[in-house]
Design a protein around this ligand. Structure first.
Ligand code: PAF
Length: 284
């Protein structure tokens, strides 16, 4: 992979990387489409990274659909695929980790200890191996995207981190490889995440800025679904993901909710308006 990427860069071309764990869906395809608009060649990676799963998490059962993933990548026009084995990525002597302090401990990090250390370590390795000009990540994993941007900034990486919008099913459910775990009843129930965020969006659009009020509305909606068990509902600023009391600048309404045994995350992005103005746009 290093050799392929080196040759691509030597030709003066703009190399794009789309890192994935496979089980590809239209969310991944949207990253590839964006990468292809901005880069050539576009390299994708598929690696179910054991280091980002906790001991009681779903590493063993994480969906692995390599053949159909390859077909989707081909159709999307990806130029090269990097799909290493775990033993290549983490040989026995492996002992160096990347940890972004503070941000890694909050929210997802609190619920999934060690998760972000695994993510930043593997993404750092992928960025080192491919050395892309641009690397593409989805905003559904908003905290992950923020951490990776922070790591790239702190460690003076040359790759630009590009964060792309969430892609949703027609009923609003954010696309995720973990949606495959849901049975038909749970799949129906899972739309409550989107519905609760839609409620918050409507209130924000009507001028509501009190975080507690907005959170209560979201929690009430989630509580109306029998199969939903809330892990967290938080309204945070977009910089360090600390909770805010009032919505006044860029941030997120973040959710983590169990539907049955499946843990899903979703968010509403509060995008800053033009510099110097207090305006916000609300993106689901
Ligand atoms: O978002 C994912 O699929 C993974 O966390 C990533 C970024 C590919 C790292 O394993």
């Amino acid at each position: 992979m290093k050799e392929v990427a080196r040759q691509a860069r030597a030709g003066g071309r703009i190399v794009g990387l789309v890192p994935t764990m496979g089980a590809l869906h239209a969310g991944h395809t949207s990253l590839i489409v964006r990468a292809k608009r901005e880069c050539s060649p576009v390299i994708a990676s598929i690696f179910v990274n054991p280091k980002q799963f906790g001991p009681n998490e779903d590493f063993a059962k994480y969906p692995r659909t390599f053949e159909s993933d390859c077909e989707k990548l081909k159709q999307a026009g990806v130029d090269a695929l990097f799909a290493p084995e775990a033993a290549e990525v983490y040989p026995k002597s492996f002992s160096t980790y990347v940890h972004v302090e503070g941000l890694s401990e909050r929210l997802e990090g609190r619920s999934r200890p060690g998760h972000f250390r695994g993510v930043t370590t593997v993404v750092m390795k992928l960025l080192q191996i491919v050395q892309p000009h641009r690397a593409y990540f989805g905003r559904k994993d908003a905290q992950q995207a923020r951490l990776i941007s922070q790591m790239a900034r702190d460690l003076n990486l040359d790759s630009e981190i590009v964060v792309c919008p969430i892609v949703r099913e027609p009923d609003g459910l954010a696309l995720s490889s973990r949606n495959l775990y849901l049975n038909p009843e749970e799949r129906k129930a899972a739309t409550v995440l989107y519905q609760s965020l839609e409620l918050a969006k409507k209130e924000l659009e009507a001028g509501e800025r009190d975080a507690l009020h907005l959170q209560s509305g979201v929690r009430r909606k989630l509580a109306s679904e029998r199969l939903a068990v809330v892990d967290y509902v938080e309204i945070v600023n977009a910089e360090d993901f600390e909770p805010v009391a009032r919505v006044s600048k860029a941030g997120y309404v973040l959710l983590a909710v169990f539907i049955g045994k499946t843990r899903l995350i979703d968010n509403l992005y509060l995008e800053p308006g033009s510099p110097g103005s207090d305006e916000l746009a609300f993106h689901l």
